[in-house]
Design a protein around this ligand. Structure first.
Ligand code: PMP
Length: 429
């Protein structure tokens, strides 16, 4: 595979942009290689600057559920752009998208648009603190909620530990207000939330974890979380930046039938343009400025291009049968990939919920961060490089999801299976 142009661009980029990339995983360091630069994408196909074509299973990390450059989305952006790209004043498309989002996700009585998932989670936590008058945030090890200071927390050791900064530049004083506990561990959850010394404002959770690789909630985890938070007056925030409009029209909360107080969205609702949103019960949402005292703002929030792209995308996913078809296709693909691995005795575990899945290079069940971290990242790196050389575009990290989109046809999935078989064979040598 020729990669000269990408390599030259990467060399140039590194002189101007830290690490040559505008978001760290893109640099492909975790999989022991350099990034390919993308020239264009259409449907489920990505073409790099050297003319190589790939079947894309990243989908821009989730947003591209209807495929790249979908004609309806492109047309919506084009026609909207001709009428101006930002006004700094309210415009009708914001109401249209708010209405679509609130209709699809019934726990959202009101919604506020922002520009990224990070802004959504950061603002939702501020709101939860403003609403409860309490301080502490509880999150789960291995869940990612964007790069705001409060979330860049490493779990310490011990049963209930206060956070320690996960990055230089994050003060201890900030993360001491964040507690990180194991995902899917109801006993620790119960003990933490009931601890009278902790002044807990909210619990934030990825209802299906996607950022330690895909890890589903255990059968009762989300219910237990709902029951405890309701009982204790703690705000429950579902971070559905990935799962929103991915698992169902109503997201993970519909899929698992658990209703949070606040929900964070992003990715799909912007159809590939920068967007985020947070919403929930009116009595909480009405505390946001200018209705209430909790401040949150944004120059480009409710941007018309993002609203138009989101509206066009939601128009497609709400067609009858959209999620059923996506589920069937994903199930077929997940099962087939598992079968290929099993036939070659490759020790992998495939976790899948709907159209998001991760093939972990470990023989043991992956149910939390601890078990995910048993995965052999070197093997994943080798697998990634093998797959890429055969035209399959995967996430450049073991701890990310593979996404199936509406644009994947049987032939694309079959191509990936053939590539997986040959990659697995090379790994097992
Ligand atoms: N929450 C979750 C669950 C995410 O996966 C991400 C990003 N991958 C974010 C929040 C942050 O979103 P953004 O990158 O748009 O800031």
């Amino acid at each position: 595979m020729k990669t000269e142009h990408s390599m030259q661009l990467f060399t140039d980029a590194r002189t101007l942009i830290p690490g040559g990339v505008n978001s760290p995983v893109r640099a492909c360091r975790a999989v022991g290689t350099d990034p390919l630069f993308v020239a264009e994408a259409s449907g489920c196909t990505i073409t790099d600057v050297d003319g190589n074509r790939f079947v894309d299973f990243v989908g821009s990390w989730g947003p591209m559920i209807v495929g790249h450059a979908h004609p309806e989305v492109v047309e919506a952006i084009r026609s909207t752009a001709g009428r101006g790209t930002s006004f700094g004043a309210p415009s009708p498309l914001e109401i249209d998208l708010a209405a679509e989002v609130c209709a699809a996700v019934p726990s959202l009585e009101k919604v506020r648009f922002v520009n990224s998932g990070t802004e959504a989670t950061m603002s939702a936590v501020r709101l939860a603190r403003g609403y409860t008058g309490r301080k502490m945030v509880v999150k789960f090890d291995g869940c990612y909620h964007g790069h705001a200071d409060s979330f860049l927390v490493k779990a310490g050791s011990g049963l209930i530990t206060l956070g320690i900064p996960g990055s230089p530049g994050v003060p201890d004083d900030i993360v001491k207000n964040t507690i990180s506990i194991p995902y899917n561990d109801e006993a620790v959850l119960d003990a933490t939330l009931r601890n009278p010394e902790l002044d807990i404002a909210c619990v934030i959770v990825e209802p299906v974890a996607g950022n330690m690789g895909v890890v589903p909630p255990s059968e009762t985890f989300l219910q237990k979380l709902r029951q405890l938070t309701s009982e204790l007056g703690i705000v429950l925030i579902f971070d559905e930046v990935i799962t929103g409009f991915r698992l169902a029209l109503g997201g993970a909360q519909e899929y698992f039938d658990v209703t949070p107080d606040l929900t964070c969205l992003g990715k799909i609702i912007g159809g590939g343009l920068p967007v985020g949103a947070y919403g929930g019960r009116s009595d909480i949402m009405d505390l946001i400025a200018p209705e209430g005292p909790v401040y949150q703002a944004g120059t480009l929030s409710g941007n018309p291009l993002a609203m138009a792209a989101g509206l066009a995308t939601l128009g497609i996913v709400k067609q009858p049968g959209f999620y059923k078809e996506l589920e069937e296709k994903s199930e077929w693909f997940g099962n087939a990939l598992n079968a290929v691995a099993a036939s070659l005795s490759v020790p992998v575990v495939l976790n899948r919920v709907g159209s998001m899945m991760t093939c972990f290079f470990t023989p043991d069940p992956v149910t939390d961060f601890q078990s995910a971290s048993h995965a052999e990242t070197d093997l994943y790196g080798e697998y990634y490089r093998q797959m890429r050389s055969q035209g399959i575009w995967l996430a450049p990290s073991q701890f990310e999801a593979l996404f199936v989109s509406a644009a994947h046809e049987r032939k694309h999935l079959e191509k990936a299976l053939v590539a997986a078989e040959s990659s697995f064979k090379k790994l097992m040598k």
